[in-house]
Design a protein around this ligand. Structure first.
Ligand code: NDP
Ligand code: GDR
Length: 336
C-alpha cells in the first residue's frame, strides 16, 4: 500500500486529492493545524479513512515528526496562505508559509528520507504581468503580489532541491481551479454564493472589484489528478495545468446570474475598494506539455463549472433555510 502525506488537506484541493488517493488505495495522512473554530469541514466525510497529524509549515520540527510518523512515499505540499488579496495585508506571514514553508518541507524530506517524491503547488500568479500569451513552462515570471512573489520562491526552491540533491521534486504551475468547495473569498465562489442568496431573497446586491480581469478557470477535481500523475513519471519535471481558455470576471458573473434566471446588471455593484493594489490582467495557460507527457486533459468546461457552483450554493442555502439558520449567517457580509 502506497502512503501519501498531504499538507493543506483541509483546503479545497486537499479534500479532492485525499478522495482521489484513497480511491487509488493509498494510506493518506494529512498535516493539520490546530484551529479554535474547527477547520475539518471539507474532509469530514473522510474522517474514518484519514490519519491526521498536527503540524504547521512554519514549525520545522512538526514537519520532521509528520514524515517520521507517516513514512510517506509521496508528499503533496498544498498548504499556503493562498488568498492573493490578503497577501498585501500579511506579506510577511505569506512569505513564511507560502515561500519558506516549501524549504522547510524540502529540508525535512532531505533529513528523513530523500527518496520521498514531492509535489509543490505552484501558481499562474507567478506570471503576473504576463510576458506572453498563452503562458507555458518557458514563460518568464513577473509576479504582481506578495503571494505571487512567495510562489516564485517556492517554485525555484523546488527546482533547486531537485538539481542540488537529486530529489524527485515536481512543481505544478496550476492555473485557477474552482469547485463548490472553494473558499468564499475567491471570486467564483463569492459570485455563486451571492447569486444563490439573491435568488432566495437573502441579499439584494453583490459587490465586486475588477470585472475586466481574465482568468483560465478549471475544475479542482481535474487538477488534483494531474498532481498525482506528475509523481508517477520516471523523471521529475514541472508542468502547466490549465484549460487553455480565458474568461473575464464579467463573463463569470453573466453565466452565474443567468443560470439562476437573474439579470446581473440589476444586482452587481462595482466597488473600487475591492480593486487590488496591482492586478494580474490576463491569464491563459498552455498545457500542451501536460497533455503530451502526462496524457492529462481538463474535463469540465467553464460554463459547466459555474453552473455546478451556483447549483451547489442554491442547494446549500435552501437546506440552511429549511433547517433554520442563525440570523448572523444570513446577513449581508461586508468587504472580503
Ligand atoms: P485553500 O486556501 O483552500 O487551502 C489552503 C490550505 O493550507 C488549508 O488546508 C490551510 O489550512 C493550509 N494552511 C495554511 N497555512 C498553513 C500553515 N501555516 N501550515 C499548515 N497548513 C496551512 O487553497 P487551495 O486548496 O485552493 O490551493 C491549494 C494549493 O494550491 C495552495 O498552495 C495554493 O496556493 C495553490 N494554488 C491554488 C490554485 C487554485 O486556483 N485553487 C491555483 C494555483 C495554486 P486551514 O484549513 O487550517 O486554513
Ligand atoms: P486569484 O483568485 O487572485 O486569481 O488567485 P480570486 O478569485 O481571488 O481573483 C480572481 C480575479 O477576480 C478579481 N475580482 C475579485 N476577486 C475577489 N477575490 N473578490 C472580489 O470581490 C473580486 N472582484 C473582482 C480579482 O481582482 C482577480 O483579478 C487564485 C488563488 O487560488 C491563488 O491561490 C492561486 O494561486 C491563483 O488563483 C492561481
Amino acid at each position: 500500500m502506497k502512503r501519501a502525506l498531504i499538507t493543506g488537506i483541509t483546503g479545497q484541493d486537499g479534500s479532492y486529492l485525499a478522495e482521489f488517493l484513497l480511491e487509488k488505495g493509498y494510506r493518506v495522512y494529512g498535516l493539520v493545524r490546530r484551529s479554535s473554530v474547527g477547520n475539518l469541514k471539507r474532509i469530514k466525510h473522510l474522517e474514518k479513512d484519514l490519519r491526521l497529524i498536527p503540524g504547521d509549515l512554519t514549525d520545522q520540527n512538526s514537519l520532521i515528526a509528520a514524515l517520521v510518523e507517516a513514512r510517506p512515499d509521496e508528499v503533496y505540499n498544498l498548504a499556503a496562505q493562498s488568498f492573493v488579496g490578503v497577501s498585501w495585508q500579511q506579506p510577511v506571514l505569506t512569505a513564511q508559509v507560502t515561500a519558506l514553508g516549501v524549504t522547510r518541507m524540502l529540508e525535512a524530506i532531505r533529513t528523513v528520507n530523500p527518496r520521498i517524491r514531492f509535489f509543490q503547488a505552484s501558481s499562474s500568479e507567478m506570471f503576473g504581468r504576463v510576458q506572453e500569451t498563452p503562458q507555458s513552462e518557458k514563460t518568464p515570471f513577473y509576479p504582481r503580489s506578495p503571494y505571487g512573489v512567495a510562489k516564485v520562491y517556492g517554485h525555484y526552491i523546488t527546482v533547486n532541491y531537485r538539481e542540488s540533491y537529486g530529489l524527485f521534486a515536481c512543481s505544478g504551475i496550476l492555473f485557477n481551479h474552482e469547485s463548490p468547495r472553494r473558499g468564499l473569498e475567491f471570486v467564483t465562489r463569492k459570485v455563486s454564493d451571492g447569486v444563490a442568496r439573491i435568488k432566495l431573497g437573502l441579499a439584494s446586491e453583490l459587490r465586486l472589484g475588477n470585472l475586466d480581469s481574465r482568468r483560465d478557470w478549471g475544475y479542482a477535481g481535474d487538477y488534483v489528478q494531474a498532481m498525482w500523475q506528475m509523481l508517477q513519471q520516471d523523471e521529475p519535471d514541472d508542468y502547466v495545468i490549465a484549460t487553455g481558455e480565458t474568461h473575464s470576471v464579467r463573463e463569470l458573473v453573466e453565466i452565474a446570474f443567468s443560470h439562476a434566471g437573474l439579470d446581473w446588471q440589476k444586482y452587481v455593484v462595482v466597488d473600487p475598494r475591492l480593486y487590488r493594489p496591482a492586478e494580474v490582467d490576463l491569464l491563459q495557460g498552455d498545457y500542451s506539455k501536460a497533455r503530451s507527457k502526462l496524457g492529462w486533459e481538463p474535463r469540465v468546461s467553464f460554463p459547466e463549472l459555474v453552473r455546478m457552483m451556483v447549483d451547489a450554493d442554491l442547494a446549500r442555502w435552501e437546506k440552511i433555510l429549511r433547517q433554520g439558520v442563525p440570523e448572523d449567517t444570513v446577513r449581508e457580509k461586508g468587504k472580503p
